[in-house]
Design a protein around this ligand. Structure first.
Ligand SMILES: [Zn+2]
Length: 118
């Protein structure tokens, strides 16, 4: 197991989790993710697996469509650090671009066909 640490750009939102070494990322082609273009964790984290630390009221949430998924973002720097998934509400995927230990440009990516769901 390895510890991964992440944050938004300004540092108001920080998170950490433990997992096996991350060797690939996931992106999604739904109308939101196509615009956001983030590389995400390919598996989900249960709420107890993700430690989140927020300074003040920096954490905002965006929802659309069936309003199941919760797309969090920092209302100071605008960065998306993690979201609660639509497929398993209450579980998280994180933005690998926010993770210190990962170079998100070197990981292979799989594209999830989220367009079919929304
Ligand atoms: Zn921020």
């Amino acid at each position: 197991m390895q510890t991964y640490n992440g944050s938004c750009h300004c540092g108001a939102i920080r998170f950490s989790f433990e997992s096996e070494t991350i060797t690939e990322g996931l992106s999604c082609n739904c109308s939101f993710c196509e615009r956001r273009q983030a590389l995400m964790l390919p598996f989900m984290l249960a709420p107890e697996q993700l430690e989140i630390e927020v300074s003040g009221d920096a954490l905002s949430c965006y929802q659309f469509g069936n309003k199941v998924a919760k797309h969090y973002f920092c209302n100071k720097c605008g960065i998306y650090p993690f979201h609660e998934t639509m497929r398993k509400p209450g579980h998280y995927r994180v933005n690998l671009g926010c993770v210190d230990e990962i170079d998100s440009f070197t990981l292979p990516r799989t594209v999830f066909n989220g367009r079919e769901l929304l």
